[in-house]
Design a protein around this ligand. Structure first.
Ligand SMILES: *[C@@H]1O[C@H](CO)[C@@H](O)[C@H](O)[C@H]1NC(C)=O
Ligand SMILES: *[C@@H]1O[C@H](CO)[C@@H](O)[C@H](O)[C@H]1NC(C)=O
Ligand SMILES: *[C@@H]1O[C@H](CO)[C@@H](O)[C@H](O)[C@H]1NC(C)=O
Ligand SMILES: *[C@@H]1O[C@H](CO)[C@@H](O)[C@H](O)[C@H]1NC(C)=O
Ligand SMILES: *[C@@H]1O[C@H](CO)[C@@H](O)[C@H](O)[C@H]1NC(C)=O
Ligand SMILES: *[C@@H]1O[C@H](CO)[C@@H](O)[C@H](O)[C@H]1NC(C)=O
Length: 661
């Protein structure tokens, strides 16, 4: 009994005295990591910090604390760590937000924000030296507010996300040449982080991992001379923090090792889990290289076939019994063929996501028309669609493009619209347009489209959701009056909730977050698209664009940043020159932000939008919206506490609800 007690005591003492000073995970099968947020261990032993959902935070920490110094006035000991990670982004050119290796006083960082905050800080504690947080960020988004250098960088963060030092992602090869790496390439990469407790120097080294092999470059990617002694507590937790925003990515860690007072053990690179990630990589190569080739040749063959078929049966069309009631809206293919002079190339007005548009003149009436040919393979739902088209044909509004009727052929639908001599608005906004629109033209265009959408949402006999409001769907008549076109077409191509379809990816900048999530279009999601439209008209930039060669720009983020700096007018199109009414520009930009709210109910209704534009009612005080530390703005800052939703948004929500029909 006594012996047993002594033994237990001994055991207890040794247990307490033996602090962890190193560990290694060659994969994370059944490991006892502390996980929080959306972090998960996958069945094949990967640590998946985040997946394609967002905005969210994710944490994975070594479960026990690590002693970095024995007394609070002592110096921090040397330490070193290495890990292998992969970032797989939802979309090829844009990702959010990255991974941070972190030393923190606590396991996980409660009350921290996702998005650009990486789950490390919130509005109130960021930059405060009492945080005692040290991090190395692999940042895939450029945030102006943290002075980020680009959207693909490595940074050393001390109590703040304004990095103490940062550099574009890459490594120095054996000849000393710097080689770029793309963090979001979907390929695994290895990171080494070393702190020399004597020289007080931090080195961060990156290198690609190629087929089970990685080699640590001799020259680090990034260094900083800084004594961490005042920053770290005696005992700290080590781990990873990651976050996603409206644009999400999957962040994986394959293996990780760590050591205080020594060199962390080497990872067994070839044994690390991640076949699935690598396999997906192979698949994506198939998707990016071979599939387009196959598709291209398919399209080629089909086109050849179609040409042959057209030659054979030039004027063949499909007419079913149920269509007879639509007689007056039904055009004969023969007429359209001669109207467009045989759909010749010269008559092409534009090529959109849904098909080519041809100019034509109906011989009998001399009516100028635009004929859109939409290829439509599936016969499913065509009946509903045609009935919808016909009912849309009964819509009459000066700001909607008039749809005269349709014609149906095998696997093809032809829609006949009023011809708009000045083409689509995007030609006047993006890529150094030849003709520039001045402010009063733009403002009139905006007001026109707003009233067109009010008609669709509230004034016609049925609620019509447009689903695809954007500059390229706004057409200009001979007097530059704006008319909204193409409604309902996206329904034909609606792939539901799967955000991986290229169609959704193509117009993602206009799609409300809840629309992407649920696949359901509503009045609210139309308002969101309208907000993106407002911003593109004022700023002359697309919602998701590029600045320079490498940087992505999310327009709404950019406008928001300008607004936060108190310089919202900075965001306007430089092509506007000096001839503009700054109150109006400011109003439209702020309204654009308001419509881009991530919370559908906080967006104004379209009727209200018109009232704001006409200055019948003042815009709500934007500041109060952002004041909510819950960060309800734009889906980039997730709501932490919905109940703190500020008074203005609630009142907007209420009026939207009570104003609805
Ligand atoms: C992402 O992970 C979270 C948490 O595990 C889960 O609830 C969600 O369904 C996942 N989403 C997808 C798209 O896999
Ligand atoms: C703390 O003290 C113990 C015992 O003296 C020693 O083994 C350990 O290395 C020290 N740790 C650090 C971080 O200095
Ligand atoms: C550190 O503090 C301890 C008491 O907490 C003291 O005994 C020691 O002298 C101090 N060392 C230095 C270098 O200040
Ligand atoms: C910010 O984070 C700190 C530390 O967790 C917490 O004490 C504080 O309440 C948070 N502030 C807000 C506004 O969430
Ligand atoms: C930093 O945080 C501490 C503790 O939370 C707080 O008392 C202090 O006011 C903060 N400092 C600043 C500048 O916000
Ligand atoms: C590497 O990236 C930088 C900016 O990130 C760019 O200026 C440079 O041209 C790139 N170099 C190569 C070889 O791609």
């Amino acid at each position: 009994m006594f012996l047993k007690l002594v033994f237990m005591l001994f055991f207890l003492v040794t247990f307490v005295a033996s602090e962890d000073s190193s560990f290694i995970y060659n994969g994370f099968q059944s490991s006892h990591l502390y996980l929080d947020g959306i972090a998960e261990l996958t069945s094949d032993g990967l640590l998946r910090l985040t997946n394609d959902t967002g905005p969210d935070t994710a944490y994975a920490f070594y479960p026990n604390h690590i002693v970095f110094k024995n007394t609070s006035n002592a110096s921090v000991s040397s330490f070193s760590t290495t890990f292998v990670f992969t970032i797989k982004s939802m979309y090829p050119s844009i990702s959010g937000h990255g991974i941070v290796f972190v030393l923190s006083p606590t396991k996980g960082l409660p009350n921290s924000l996702p998005n650009q905050y990486f789950g490390l800080f919130n509005y109130s504690n960021i930059g405060n030296s009492s945080n005692h947080v040290f991090g190395v960020e692999l940042d895939t988004r450029k945030n102006f507010e943290f002075d980020d250098i680009n959207d693909n960088h490595v940074g050393i963060d001390i109590n703040d996300l304004k990095s103490a030092n940062s550099t574009p992602a890459g490594y120095y090869d054996d000849t000393g040449r710097f080689r770029n790496l793309s963090l979001t390439s979907g390929h695994p990469m290895q990171v080494w982080i070393e702190y020399d407790g004597v020289k007080k120097k931090i080195d961060v080294t990156l290198a690609p991992v190629s087929v089970g092999f990685s080699h640590k470059p001799t020259q680090p990617t990034l260094s900083l001379t800084k004594d961490l002694s005042p920053i770290l507590n005696n005992r700290m937790y080590v781990g990873f923090s990651s976050s996603t925003g409206f644009i999400a990515a999957s962040h994986y860690i394959h293996g990780w090792s760590f050591m205080v007072n020594g060199q962390s053990q080497n990872l067994e690179i070839s044994d690390l889990p991640g076949e699935r990630v690598f396999a997906e990589k192979k698949k994506s190569k198939f998707l990016t290289v071979r599939l387009p080739l196959i598709l291209l040749s398919l399209v080629f063959i089909i086109t050849l076939g179609v040409m042959y078929y057209i030659k054979l049966k030039k004027f063949d069309e499909v007419l079913e019994d149920w269509e007879h009631e639509y007689g007056p809206h039904r055009f004969k293919f023969k007429d359209l063929y001669s109207a467009t002079k045989g759909f010749r190339e010269k008559g092409i007005l534009g090529v959109g996501g849904f098909g080519k548009v041809y100019k034509g003149v109906i011989p009998s009436s001399k009516l100028q028309v635009a004929v859109k040919r939409v290829s439509h393979e599936s016969r499913q739902g065509i009946r509903e669609f045609v009935s919808e088209i016909v009912s849309i044909g009964r819509l009459r509004h000066r700001n909607l493009v008039q749809l005269y009727g349709y014609c149906r052929r095998k696997s093809e639908l032809l829609l006949v619209y009023d011809y708009m001599p000045n083409g689509s608005l995007d030609n006047y906004l993006f890529n150094q347009p030849k003709v520039r629109l001045n402010w009063s033209q733009r403002f009139r265009i905006i007001k026109g489209i707003a009233s067109g959408v009010v008609y669709l949402h509230e004034e016609w006999e049925k609620v019509v959701i447009h689903r695809d409001i954007k500059a390229s769907n706004v057409l200009l008549d001979s007097e530059f009056n704006s008319r909204l076109g193409d409604f309902g077409l996206s329904r034909l191509y609606d792939h539901g909730a799967d955000p991986h379809t290229t169609h959704l990816a193509g117009t993602i900048g206009y799609l409300a977050p809840e629309h992407i999530r649920t696949g359901k279009a509503t009045k609210f999601s139309d308002v969101f698209s309208f907000g993106a439209f407002l911003l593109e008209v004022v700023c002359g930039r697309r919602p998701l664009g590029r600045v320079g060669d490498n940087e992505s720009l999310i327009l709404v983020d950019y406008v928001f940043e300008c607004w936060q700096r108190g310089e919202i007018l900075e965001a306007k199109d430089v092509n506007l020159g000096t001839d503009y009414v700054s109150e109006e520009v400011e109003l439209v930009l702020k309204l654009g932000l308001l419509c881009s709210h991530s919370e559908p109910l906080a967006r104004p209704g379209m009727r209200q939008v018109v009232q704001y534009l006409e200055r019948d009612i003042p815009l709500p005080y934007l500041f109060s919206l952002s004041l909510s530390s819950s960060g309800l703005f734009f889906g980039y800052q997730v709501s932490v506490e919905d109940k703190t939703m500020p008074y203005t948004s609630v009142s907007i929500a209420e009026s939207v609800l009570s104003g609805g029909r």
